[in-house]
Write a protein that binds this ligand. Structure first.
Ligand code: ATP
Length: 314
């Protein structure tokens, strides 16, 4: 589907994320897990355009995975528009177009990114001037990964991931993302993580598993801009569960490492795999090798950190 911008519309660019550390605590009595989650925003992203409309919230979507994006009220962008309107007591009148480049159900928080982008786009379209702390609260109501998509950069998320502390970073890091065919359900991956912990005899409740914390070596690697040190510190407690549900991902991880990646891990709940490269040239070569390996649908070279959701100039 093509889309031409409508007069008076607002377009927001929003990044995908990779978790350079995802420490998962035990299951809490409310069913959630405490996380020590280091989010990293990458240049691969979506664009959400908010255009004036006569009535209600309508949606359209374009991009390679567009057929997998729900266009009803369950879409996080539509929910964000309605939530912002309700908060200000205004009528939600907007058409939202999502130019989707973030893999769907890929562990890169694409839906959350669109929710954050819709908050920023509707705020500008409706001239509401909502302060950032309020936008962050509304974002947390939409989902635990939404506040980070507003902030961007690199941040430590605690609780369910929604309590954010920006982290210092030097320079740029170069990444490759190997996109798999088909998604993985985040709740199913957490459930598999619990099941594996039970099977290993460690237990899966929050009383059984130590509360995770950020790895000081990882924080130092980010602060000094050292890709080799960051690669050595990458960690994802959901990786074993994602590999258990999708064993073929082990081949993807091996192919990227064999092609020269400094480090490799499953991104969030997967199935996208993330590879840290020494520089932009190496990232391009790893992407080419992964695409030819037959172990993924596509491979994309990119970099980060980049800012969170921001309005593009007209
Ligand atoms: P996370 O990394 O936060 O677990 P994810 O990247 O694995 O998320 P999403 O791309 O956010 O997964 O999609 C998860 C599900 O959310 C989709 O299968 C889809 O049904 C639903 N969804 C709701 N809104 C959107 C949206 N704007 N874009 C994509 N999926 C959406």
């Amino acid at each position: 589907m093509t889309h031409s911008p409508v007069a008076g519309s607002v377009t927001v660019r929003v990044p995908a994320k990779v978790n350079v550390q995802l420490g998962v605590g035990g299951r809490r009595p409310d069913g959630f897990h405490d996380l020590a989650n280091v989010f990293f925003a990458v240049a691969l992203g979506d664009q959400v355009t908010a255009a004036p409309a006569e009535e209600g919230v309508t949606l359209s979507c374009a991009g390679p995975d567009a057929d997998q994006v729900p266009l009803d009220d369950s879409n996080l962008a539509a929910r964000a528009a309605r939530l912002l309107a309700a908060h200000h007591g205004v009528e939600p009148r907007v058409h939202l177009h999502i130019a989707k480049d973030i893999p769907v159900a890929g562990g890169m928080a694409g839906g959350s990114a669109d929710g954050a982008a819709a908050l920023v786009a509707c705020d500008a379209l409706w001239e509401l001037k909502t302060p950032l702390p309020v936008l962050l609260e509304l974002a947390a109501e939409l989902g635990s990964d939404v506040p980070f998509a507003l902030l961007g950069g690199v941040a430590l998320g605690r609780g369910r991931g929604e309590l954010l502390e920006p982290l210092p970073v030097s320079g740029a890091f170069h990444w490759v993302f190997a996109v798999a065919d088909g998604g993985l359900s985040t709740p199913a991956v957490f459930a598999e993580c619990d099941r594996l912990r039970e099977a290993a005899g460690t237990g899966s409740a929050d009383t059984d598993v130590p509360t995770p914390d950020a790895d000081p070596a990882l924080l130092a690697a980010l602060a000094t801009g050292d890709p080799a040190a960051l690669a050595a510190a990458l960690g994802n407690d959901l990786e074993a569960a994602a590999l258990s549900l999708r064993p073929a991902l082990a081949d993807t991880l091996r192919a990227g490492t064999a092609a020269g990646a400094l480090g490799a891990l499953v991104s969030g709940s997967g199935p996208t795999c993330a590879f840290l490269a020494a520089d932009a040239e190496s990232a391009a070569a790893i992407a080419t090798a992964l695409a030819a390996s037959g172990t993924c649908r596509t491979a994309r070279a990119t970099y980060g950190p980049v800012p969170g959701a921001e309005v593009l100039p007209e």
